[in-house]
Design a protein around this ligand. Structure first.
Ligand SMILES: Cc1cc2nc3c(=O)[nH]c(=O)nc-3n(C[C@H](O)[C@H](O)[C@H](O)COP(=O)(O)OP(=O)(O)OC[C@H]3O[C@@H](n4cnc5c(N)ncnc54)[C@H](O)[C@@H]3O)c2cc1C
Length: 389
C-alpha cells in the first residue's frame, strides 16, 4: 500500500546529518519521515573512527562541536550508544609540532575551552604504549568523546522510532522529487511509493547521482576516499581516548589558526606518500580492545567520483602501519579488517546548504567533521528551517 500521509518534513538519507536533522525536527513537535536507501545507513557515518573532537574544528565551528557534545551526552543518558568521555590527545613529535600545541593551548584558554599540555612523561604514563621515541609533548582535551559509529547511528534511529514517532523507511531510495497539490512536495521511491511533505531535506552524502545531479556539478565539491584498518583485540593494552599524531596537528583546521602554522608548514619536508595520499595517523580503541588505525585521503571532484575506484592500496596501508608503529607499542598489529569510506566536502567552504523553491533543502559536504559537528550543526539548521532561530 502506498504511504499517503503528509509529513511536516521528509529527510532523505539516514547518516549523521539526516538522522540528527530528523531528531531535532521531532523535538520541535514536527512529524518526520526518514528515508534510507539501505536497511541501515552504511556510508561515511558507519565507516569512520567515531572521534568526536571539537578541538579539531576551526574556532568558528567549535560552537557546533560543543553543541554536539551536549546532544550526544543527553542521548547517552537515555540510552547507551557507546559514548565514552576519554578525551582527545594530539601528540607532537618535534619542536615545530610542540610549538603549535602551545599556541593552540593559548587559543583554547582565550576561548574558555579545556585543554592541558602534558610533558613526555605525563603523556606516556597516560597513554599505554605511547613511545617516548615519538612523543615530545601532548595536548589533551579531557572533555571530548568517542563512540562506536556503527552502533551509534542505529541506536539513534531506533530510539527516535520507539520514543519520538519517527517514521523510518529503510531500503527506500528517494528517486525523484516533484512539486504537487499546489506547493506540497512529493517524493517518489524506487518502489513507486509516494511520500508527501511541506519540506524536504536531502542529506544524501556522496551519492549525488539520483537527486539534482546537475546542482552538484555546478558546486565546487569533491569527494575524499579514506583507507582504514582495525587490529584484532589487544590483550592488555588500553588506549583511552582519541589519539592524533603530529601529522594530524599539521593537517587539522584548528591548528591552521595558530600564529606559527604557515612558518611551520613551510619548513616541513613531507614524505611523498604523506603528500600524495594525505596520510595522517590516528588511533581509537573500541571497547572490545580493537584499535582503529587510519587514515589516507584520495581526492576527486564530485563529478569524477568514480575515479576514486574501489581498490584498497596495500602500499598505503603498509606505510600507515609503519608510521603507526613509530608512535605506539601494541600487543598485536594483526589486522582484523580493512575498509574504505568516502565523504564529500566543499572546496573553500565548510558545508553545502542550498534551498530550491523554498521547499527542498540540501545539506551536504560537511567533510571529515560530520561526527563531531553534525548533531550540533543540524540543531541550528533545523531550527532555522522551521523559523525557530
Ligand atoms: C573513514 C572516515 C573516517 C572519518 N572519521 C571521522 C571522525 O572520526 N570524526 C568526525 O567527526 N568525522 C569523521 N568522518 C566524517 C564523517 O563520517 C562524515 O562527515 C559524516 O558521516 C557525513 O554524514 P552524512 O550524513 O552527510 O553522509 P553519509 O553518512 O554518507 O549518509 C548519507 C546517507 O544517505 C543515504 N542516501 C543517499 N542517497 C539516498 C537516496 N536517494 N534515498 C535514500 N537514501 C539515500 C545513504 O545510504 C547514506 O546512508 C570520517 C569519514 C570517513 C569516511
Amino acid at each position: 500500500m502506498l504511504p499517503e500521509k503528509k509529513y511536516d518534513l521528509i529527510v532523505i538519507g539516514g547518516g549523521v546529518l539526516g538522522a540528527f536533522s530528523a531528531f531535532h525536527a521531532l523535538l520541535l513537535g514536527k512529524s518526520v519521515a526518514l528515508l534510507e536507501r539501505n536497511k541501515r545507513p552504511r556510508q561515511a557515518t558507519v565507516r569512520n573512527f567515531g572521534q568526536i573532537v571539537p578541538s579539531g574544528l576551526s574556532t568558528d565551528w567549535r560552537k557546533y562541536g560543543l553543541k554536539s557534545l551536549e546532544i550526544y551526552r543527553e542521548l547517552q543518558a537515555i540510552r547507551d550508544f557507546s559514548l565514552r568521555q576519554n578525551g582527545t590527545a594530539y601528540v607532537a613529535s618535534d619542536e615545530d609540532e610542540v610549538l603549535l600545541l602551545h599556541e593552540m593551548n593559548d587559543i583554547d584558554r582565550q576561548m574558555g575551552y579545556s585543554s592541558q599540555l602534558l610533558d613526555q612523561r605525563a603523556a606516556c604514563a597516560r597513554f599505554d604504549g605511547l613511545k617516548t621515541s615519538y612523543c615530545r609533548e601532548a595536548l589533551f582535551y579531557p572533555e571530548e568523546y568517542s563512540c562506536d559509529p556503527r552502533q551509534m547511528i542505529g541506536c539513534v534511529i531506533d530510539y527516535l522510532v520507539e520514543q519520538a514517532d519517527l517514521q523510518y523507511f529503510p531500503n527506500t531510495v528517494a528517486q525523484d522529487i516533484e512539486m504537487d497539490r499546489g506547493r506540497t512536495c512529493k517524493v517518489i521511491s524506487n518502489r513507486k511509493e509516494i511520500f508527501w511533505s511541506d519540506q524536504i531535506l536531502i542529506c544524501n552524502g556522496a551519492e549525488y547521482q539520483l537527486l539534482f545531479p546537475e546542482l552538484y556539478e555546478d558546486e565546487a565539491l569533491e569527494c575524499s576516499k579514506l583507507q582504514m584498518m582495525m587490529t584484532k583485540p589487544q590483550k592488555n593494552r588500553k588506549i583511552l581516548g582519541n589519539i592524533l599524531s603530529g601529522l594530524s596537528i599539521r593537517r587539522y583546521e584548528s591548528f591552521r589558526e595558530c600564529p606559527s602554522y604557515t612558518n611551520v608548514q613551510s619548513r616541513y619536508v613531507q614524505h611523498e606518500l604523506v603528500r600524495d595520499w594525505g596520510i595522517h595517523i590516528l588511533f581509537k580503541q573500541a571497547d572490545n580492545g580493537q584499535v582503529i588505525i587510519g587514515d589516507s585521503h584520495h581526492y576527486a571532484d564530485a563529478v569524477d567520483k568514480d575515479e576514486l575506484g574501489f581498490d584498497i592500496l596495500q602500499e598505503v596501508n603498509d606505510f600507515m602501519m609503519l608510521r603507526a608503529k613509530e608512535i605506539f607499542n601494541l600487543d598485536t598489529w594483526d589486522l582484523d579488517r580493512i575498509w574504505t569510506g568516502v565523504y564529500s566536502q566543499c572546496k573553500g567552504r565548510d558545508v553545502l546548504t542550498r534551498t530550491i523553491e523554498n521547499k527542498i533543502h540540501i545539506l551536504n559536504a560537511i567533510g571529515g567533521k560530520g561526527m563531531t559537528a553534525g548533531p550540533g550543526y543540524t540543531f541550528y539548521h533545523i531550527n532555522k528551517l522551521f523559523g525557530n532561530d
